[in-house]
Design a binder for this molecule. Structure first.
Ligand code: ADP
Length: 454
């Protein structure tokens, strides 16, 4: 019930108006009623005094001619009687109310029914020209005041619902007009699917919340589109990377099946197959790690880790591999006691990946050096090489998944383009940042900054 904003707004608005109108009508009714009865009573008292005067002026005639009395009262639509000081009735029709001392004493007014009609009476004390005291009871039918009040109620009964009906209609039209851009937005947003994520919702010309909402929706669609594009590219790259070793493996298996060969030949084929399988395992392991880092499911320890120590060990491990290629790997300045809170295995991987790249993309006689130092509350790492360098246009994509600089030419024999994206994810998982600077033919420098422990 009332699920739509349109209905809720309209009902709320009509309800508020109804409360205001009713409060206004009630206040008006009671004020009018008080005033009308007040005026009515004043007029009765005035007429009562007139009646007393008439009675005294016509004292003798009235005693003999009661018709005169009745015609006087009949003309006024009134009822009344005159009593002497002891309370005995002097004149008055037989149906007129009796004189009640208690009532007279209280506040000099009362209501009574005469001939089936309601009258309002007042009790006045009057003196005749000789100074004798009399009581005059005089009343007029209340009907007239009642009728005016009834007319007022009838007016309210028609006017208030009619006004509410108009307000409801106008309110609905107004709310519908105000909310129609939301409807348009909703319809457009509804039609956007995975296949047409490049579509955008129209942006209303008038400034305001709905325009802001449309802009926010479009920004969100932009982010979603980029994320989907990345996922698509990632899936196709991953499939592509796995396709080559799988095709190699298949070729080798088919070769082994086609012709008979000696044990040594089979062993060679199997050894080559095992190499392809380990290549694929390596890719799949890396993909799994990336997925876990993305979804923050990778379980990273939080231990105090001495970065200088980790750098030293990594450099020592890679030194002989570098030496084979004619590349020197060395720890240049490893400040002791630069500690971070993190996972030692993951941090070792960061150093190994960066140093390995320095060796892989090094040249005969080039050098890779690692420096670790503390700067304020940060632990800083620099891994600089004098290798082949990276073209400027590749730098913005360097940390993208499966990105390889030499991709255009041939498949790199040494990597799959996942190393740097894993490195960045690991650094970020430790709350750090990584940047790169490079000049082709001169060398490459990676900077890692991590929050240091006190
Ligand atoms: P890969 O596994 O292919 O090495 P990475 O993600 O580690 O993938 O590196 C991506 C690309 O960046 C590499 O293909 C390489 O061309 C380039 N690259 C990375 N480090 C260096 C470096 N120290 N010197 C020159 N090029 C580098």
């Amino acid at each position: 019930m009332l699920r739509s904003l349109k209905s809720r707004l309209t009902v709320l608005y009509v309800a508020i108006l109804a409360v205001i109108l009713l409060a206004f009508a009630v206040a008006l009714y009671f004020t009018a009623r008080r005033d009308l009865y007040g005026d009515f009573e004043d007029s009765i008292r005035r007429q009562a005094r007139g009646f007393a005067k008439f009675s005294f002026e016509n004292f003798d005639r009235l005693q003999t001619d009661p018709i005169l009395f009745e015609s006087y009262l009949g003309e006024l639509g009134a009822s009344g009687a005159v009593f002497d000081a002891s309370g005995a009735k002097l004149f008055g029709p037989s149906g007129a109310p009796g004189f009640d001392r208690a009532r007279a004493a209280e506040d000099g007014r009362f209501r009574a029914e005469v001939g089936g009609k309601r009258y309002r009476f007042v009790v006045e004390t009057a003196r005749d020209p000789t100074g004798a005291e009399y009581r005059v009871v005089f009343g007029i039918q209340e009907e007239r005041v009642g009728r005016r009040l009834e007319r007022m109620l009838l007016f309210f009964a028609i006017f208030i619902p009619a006004l509410l009906l108009i307000a409801w209609y106008v309110g609905r039209v107004f709310v519908r007009g105000a909310l129609s851009p939301v409807d348009t937005l909703r319809k457009q947003a509804e039609s956007i699917q995975r296949s047409n994520l490049s579509q955008r919702v129209p942006i209303p010309k008038t400034r305001g919340e709905i325009r802001d909402l449309a802009i926010t929706l479009n920004d969100m669609l932009g982010r979603l589109e980029r994320a989907f594009d990345q996922v698509n590219a990632f899936t196709s790259n991953a499939s592509h990377e796995l396709k080559t070793p799988l095709a190699n493996l298949r070729g080798e298996i088919e070769l082994a099946l086609e012709r008979e060969a000696d044990v040594a030949a089979y062993q060679r084929l199997l050894a080559s197959g095992a190499e392809e399988v380990s290549r694929m395992t390596h890719i799949v392991d890396n993909l799994l790690l990336l997925a876990q880092l993305d979804s923050k499911q990778a379980i990273l320890r939080r231990d105090p880790v001495d970065l200088g120590e980790v750098a030293k060990q990594a450099a020592a491990e890679l030194e002989p591999i570098g030496a084979d290629k004619g590349v020197t790997v060395r720890g240049a300045m490893l400040e002791p006691g630069v500690r971070v809170s993190g996972d030692e295995v993951a941090l070792r991987r960061v150093f190994m990946n960066l140093l390995e790249n320095g060796v892989k993309y090094g040249r005969e006689g080039s050098e890779v050096k690692v420096t670790v130092w503390r700067e304020g509350s940060s632990a800083r790492v620099e891994i600089a090489d004098t290798g082949v360098g990276i073209p400027a246009e590749s730098l913005p994509h360097l940390f993208d998944r499966f990105y390889r600089v030499d991709r255009g030419r041939s498949r790199s024999p040494v990597g799959h383009g996942l190393g740097l994206s894993i490195t960045r994810s690991l650094v970020e998982a430790h709350g750090g940042t990584i940047t790169v600077a490079s000049r082709e033919g001169v060398g490459t420098t990676f900077h890692v900054t991590l929050p240091a422990m006190e």
